[in-house]
Design a protein around this ligand. Structure first.
Ligand code: FE2
Length: 427
């Protein structure tokens, strides 16, 4: 029998048959599963979910009769026996005890409007992807590029980011194989705008950087799809073809009178590296503008967090951790600012949460790797150590959320590398 419950009533052992509403509203890639952990309970409670449908016969715990839910067209057949309970580590603190111990204003809650903005952002991403595809096709056919058509798209993307900085950015990271090139352009546009807003750049520069994101890879129309998707090492000729795309793109865009200067700059220089080992010209250091450096970071971040034919996607946290280790590639201070702009941090970073707790970033988790796993260990209100506790911070979380990175010296945490190692190793 199916029963409808409120998110606050969910408990370990319940078999979730469905979430009410769009899949955008819940943080799981599947809707049918047994709730196994306190983290899953918390994620359900903090997501913008109106209600859940529970299958009593497949749950391991007694379910009150509540409101009977209408069986859906794909209701499962006879109930299977409940799966054996997996041995689990004893939780440090259960969701129930958190609810009882924490005042109402400090309990996990989702940000208002996130789910609605995700739906709006989905429509905007599709529209933008189609417009970029059309522009690339025009360029491929030798027609003039109407760059000014990108301006309202960049403005709409900026408006979406102003309404909620994470909705569109998270959405465009998930790409189907056949839409990668075009959606990558939309993703770089969104990342550039989000980054530029974080750096408090002027509105006209933000808009130009958005247009730059949409246009930066237009030179790829000169590279065969088979080369772009090739899993193995490229031949000399193939590498030359790939490394020519910034010049090809620059030449295409330079013929159009409406292309912002910044977009030309980002198009030509987004593969240069600070140590001079990039292409097309091996520019180094100050020869590379801040805008081109921003473009390089956004371009690589989106590429490595997307599924590609030759490699699986890294989670945002893994990607930032790796990028931080590629010395000489990116501007390290800008890379740090970029991480701040996304509210994402490399593993081992000290961060402060909105409830005043200090925590260490442990990694990414969740179906799409967009939830941040942190381990709290210190309360800045009482200035006391607290027993390490793992928390999952979803993109939609309003509270507790990550406010930003913090400085261990400010809180006089002593030998920070040793303390960090102890907290991260805590059982
Ligand atoms: Fe590129």
């Amino acid at each position: 029998m199916l029963v409808r419950i409120e998110p606050g009533e969910v408990r370990i052992g319940m078999f979730i048959q469905a979430f009410e509403g769009s899949w955008f509203d819940h943080p799981f890639w599947r809707s049918r599963f047994v709730v196994e952990t306190d983290e899953e309970v918390l994620r359900i409670k903090t997501a913008s979910i109106r209600a859940l449908v529970i299958d009593r016969s497949r749950s391991r715990v007694p379910i009150p009769s509540g409101d009977a839910a209408e069986p859906g067209p794909d209701q499962p057949g006879p109930a299977k026996p409940a799966p054996p309970k997996k041995p689990r580590r004893a939780p440090r603190q259960t969701a129930t005890s958190i609810d009882q111990a924490v005042p109402a204003q400090d309990r996990p809650r989702a940000r208002r409007g996130y789910a609605a903005e995700c739906r709006r952002a989905g429509r905007l991403a599709n529209k933008s992807r189609d417009a970029v595809a059309e522009l690339f096709e025009s360029a491929r056919l030798g027609r003039a590029i109407e760059a000014k058509r990108m301006v309202p798209l960049a403005q709409a993307i900026a408006a979406s980011i102003d309404r909620d900085s994470k909705a569109l950015v998270n959405l465009v990271r998930l790409k189907a194989k056949d839409e990668y090139t075009y959606l990558h352009s939309v993703a770089v546009c969104a990342l550039m705008i989000n980054f530029a807003r974080h750096l408090k750049l002027d509105d006209d520069i933000v808009e130009s950087l958005g247009v730059a994101g949409l246009l930066h890879d237009v030179g790829k129309i000169g590279v065969a799809e088979a080369i772009l998707a090739k899993p193995g090492t490229l031949s000399e000729q193939e590498r030359h073809s790939v490394q020519h795309h910034p010049i090809k793109g620059y030449r295409l865009l330079a013929q159009c009178k409406d292309v912002p200067e910044l977009a030309l700059e980002v198009c030509l220089r987004h593969h240069e590296k600070l140590d001079g080992t990039g292409y097309p010209d091996g520019f180094a250091g100050d020869m590379i503008s801040i805008y081109a450096r921003m473009g390089a970071i956004c371009d690589v971040y989106d590429a490595i967090t997307s599924d590609r034919p030759y490699k699986g996607a890294w989670t945002p946290c893994e990607a930032l951790t790796q990028m931080q280790g590629w010395h000489g590639h990116f501007d390290p201070r800008l890379l740090e600012q970029f991480a701040d702009s996304l509210g994402l941090y490399p593993i081992g970073t000290l961060v402060q949460l909105s409830n005043g707790e200090l925590a260490i970033v442990m990694g990414s988790t969740g179906a799409n790797g967009e939830d941040v796993a942190v381990r709290t260990f210190f309360d800045t209100h009482t200035l006391d150590d607290i027993a390490p506790q793992d928390r999952i911070i979803a993109p939609c979380a309003e509270h507790p959320r990550i406010i930003g990175r913090d400085n261990p010296d400010f809180w006089r945490l002593g030998d920070w590398p040793s303390l960090r190692a102890r907290v991260m190793a805590a059982d």
